[in-house]
Design a protein around this ligand. Sequence first.
Ligand code: ATR
Length: 537
Amino acid sequence: MSKICLCLTADTINRNLEILNKYRKFADLAELRVDCLNPDERLYIRRFPELARLPVILTIRRDVDGGFYTGGEGARVKLFARGLAFANADSRLNFAYVDIEDDLAIPSLEEAARTFGTRIIRSYHDINGSPEDISEKIRSMRRSGDEIVKVAVMANNTNDVLNMYRASMNFSGFDKILICMGHYGIYSRILAERFGSFMSYSSALSEDDVHSAKGQLDTQELAELYRFRKISKKTKVYGVIGNPLKSSVSPWFFNTIFNMEETDAVYVPFPANSFNDLLELASELDIQGLSVTVPYKETVLSWLSGCSPAVHSIGACNTMYRSSGGWFGDNTDSSGFSASILAFTERKNLKRQKITIIGAGGLSRAVAAEIYRLGGKAVILNRTVHKAKNIASQYGFRWGGLDNHGAELMYKYNDIIIQTTSVGMEGYELSAPEDHGTSDSQEHSGTANRDFSRDPLDIYSFSGKEAVMDLIYTPPVTPFLKRAMAAGCRTINGYDMVIRQACLQYAHFTGGEIPKKLLLQLNNHLPSDKMFKEANL
Ligand code: ATR
């Protein structure tokens, strides 16, 4: 089984021991990053394995490989020698592993390591990209049967991760560590067992003085939320595909439920810059089901062999799961949304309700279809007006831009206001509109020079009578929602809807319902800070 390694990157031995003691139960081994230690602390590294009481890797990472060591190679070799010196017959008192870069050839060092049972990790790092042929790289690095080959490369896209996975499939029968660094590689760290990796490096990200490689996960989260040590070849894999994925609640939701039910399944974030490449990986990894989010809710349609009526009418899909004929798609946003809005407004339908929908993306489509189905009347306002028109005209709704004329329309449609854009979302990067499309709008669009980074509706003043729903849930209160609250409006964020729709996804993925009792217990497991912690994105 793949192991969890806790990287220790503090600047003193004592601080590293403190961190190790705090996170000990989540780790199988630790890596002492000597390059992060203060120079005078480096004199005492030899005692570390004894103090750690856990197998420890001795690593002195050079700056070219993403570390902090800037001295000469001669001095670095001396440091290695210091770490391996005075080897003890009781191997638990020695470093269990030593990380020696592929281009460092010091036979005496290797000999010393071998003599006293310190395993060599023969490593190759590329902090900018990956080699053309990863299999060839692995092959060329293998020197003897007892060494572990480590290839850690920066995944600049989904294809890089796919290549790593395929390379891993070419080898068996010896230990190797294969890591895709960066945002796109995060799931290679969670699914290390599937990627044939001997271990996964992680860090205590909650500690302020910890350095971590790009895309590395928090040690506790890897162990507890993702139940890393239980992931085997038989574990069913589900996940969420999108870009970016920083604020998705789904990994927390599904993994917590799987954990409570003791189901052999894991739910993984799959940030992807290419839907096609991720689906290839999905078939090779035998992924059973995917939640689909921004920007793929419409892209996914051409990959489905069948879909629900909701997908048909909305033209967007947020859930895909395996069926006998291929991928089947549903849109659980719509049913999740209607359940949430009816509960929020304490109504059985939306008849006689005048509603404003902000945004005209995939989520807006689902919202508009449900409002229509429930008998409401709406205006759709969007930065890019023609997209609002496309959706609105399907249901006989009105449309406009996010401008003063849009605001005027809103005053007539303000029983309920529903915010569906990503503006105000944590980690959301401001996107450029395709075009504002004034020519086909019912109203003018005066969006030029406006800052849409926080509140998409700064042109509108709340009276306090509106019921306001922001479908964002991280942060729980967006600037838009804050303004509505300050005016005295009744408000709700997207958490209620997302949980309702996730329950429906769960039913598609697993063929079963989540027991009510477990749902009630969910709130006790709510993470206090982020949904999942990821370093240095
Ligand atoms: P989703 O599936 O979550 O709805 P989407 O399909 O990418 O995501 O749609 C995003 C919505 O957020 C769109 O209405 C988009 O407006 P444009 O159609 O003009 O792109 C809106 N949006 C995104 N960034 C925005 C910004 N900075 N200001 C205003 N609206 C924005």
